[in-house]
Ligand binder design. Structure first.
Ligand SMILES: C[S@@+](CC[C@H](N)C(=O)[O-])C[C@H]1O[C@@H](n2cnc3c(N)ncnc32)[C@H](O)[C@@H]1O
Length: 357
């Protein structure tokens, strides 16, 4: 067995698919043992052999991923040239609007109005936190709160723990832009079909959310720039309209960069005006990781949410949970925002300022 490709599929089956997708778990386990399919995969560049990319490519082309391994294997081998071409053309670049639920408390607390810049934006669906509805569910029974944009086709659910500061108004976004190595266009049917192919088969709630968020973004397609985030972020911040607070943010992006490129980005962000919100796997930003007040449960897959490198919460990787660390006394939303009952601090709010910015 080719230990590299076989090991990759075995690890994916055990660490990622187990508990999330029975069909992908089975496919990955069987590919790991299948010398013939592994030989085909080994003909691709190493970065293109990922299980998620293979399974998404097969789905995108209309192949079966839920009918058991023999059907998947026969179809994939028979259509290998098309499958290989799709893996070479496409990337694993899911776009999860659900993450807006974990970004919202920070966004609402910053001096308004905001100019949002998302690095690693994919199709830009996280650039519309003011166009979705939110349902935050506390640990105490009956402590759910729902609010957000009237008539939005998307309601983002999020389980909250700790003193999360929730406000009963949405942030005011006056400008939004994104950067991606390969921006996806919400107006392009093929791009959107690819995003749908990236959602795992059993995660039908994510598919519905994706379709709703695409509808929201199509009403006012985002300004997305093609490029590397390190090469491009400064020029986008320079375009922020006067009077708006620049907020650069990212979720599930920096893991794709080398440690040196991540440090370069952090150094750039420390020198730019405005605020920096990161929402990444725990070890991705060493400064944030060092400052965590407590360890995350082992194997939880949680992200760390941080404002200007100060960790504020653990978050579910798709925005499904928010575990806030501490009430932040100086965490002060601008005038006119009211915290929701049962969540967060109540009194003495003024604008949150970033020291040195
Ligand atoms: C897993 S997706 C996450 C997309 C989005 N942030 C979200 O939360 O749904 C990661 C995205 O980062 C982009 N990306 C990776 N490295 C990048 C880089 N160096 N510069 C710009 N974008 C990058 C990928 O193309 C991809 O669209």
């Amino acid at each position: 067995m080719n230990s590299t490709t076989g090991g990759l599929y075995q690890a994916f089956a055990e660490r990622e698919a187990r508990g999330n997708s029975a069909s992908y778990q089975e496919l990955a386990e069987r590919v790991a043992e299948d010398a013939g399919l592994r030989a085909l995969l080994d003909g691709l560049p190493a970065a293109k052999r990922q299980p998620n990319l293979l399974f998404s490519a097969v789905r995108h082309l209309g192949g079966p991923v839920k009918d058991g391994y023999p059907a998947f294997r026969d179809w994939t081998v028979a259509h290998w040239d098309e499958v290989a071409a799709t893996t070479l053309e496409r990337r694993t670049q899911t776009n999860e609007a659900g993450r807006c639920a974990t970004l919202l408390p920070l966004l609402a607390a910053l001096p308004q109005p905001l100019a949002l810049i998302e690095v690693g934006a994919s199709a830009g669906l996280c650039l519309y936190p003011d166009r979705y509805r939110y349902q935050y569910v506390g640990e105490v029974e009956g402590s759910a709160e729902e609010f957000g944009a009237e008539g939005s086709p998307v309601t983002l659910e999020c389980a909250v723990r700790g003193p999360v500061p929730l406000w009963d108004r949405l942030p005011e976004v006056v400008w939004r832009a994104g950067i991606d190595l390969n921006p996806l266009d919400v107006r392009d049917e093929e791009d959107m079909r690819w995003l749908e192919s990236l959602v795992w088969p059993e995660q039908t709630h994510r598919l519905e959310r994706l379709r709703g968020a695409v509808q929201v973004a199509r009403a006012e397609p985002p300004y997305l720039v093609r490029g590397d985030l390190n090469a491009t972020v400064r020029e986008l911040v320079a375009q922020v309209p006067a009077g708006a607070t620049p907020v650069v943010f990212h979720s599930a992006v920096l893991a794709y960069l080398s440690p040196e490129a991540r440090e370069e980005f952090a150094a750039t962000m420390r020198g730019l005006p405005g605020h920096w919100i990161s929402n990444e796997a725990l070890s991705v930003l060493p400064v944030v990781e060092r400052r965590l007040p407590r360890p995350a449960p082992a194997g939880s897959g949680l992200f760390a949410l941080a404002l200007d490198e100060r960790p504020v919460a653990f978050t579910g990787p798709h925005g499904q949970s928010l575990d806030w660390f501490e009430p932040l006394d100086e965490f002060r939303p601008h005038d006119g925002f009211e915290p929701l009952d049962g969540f967060g601090p109540r009194d003495g709010f003024g604008p949150l300022e970033r020291s040195g910015a």
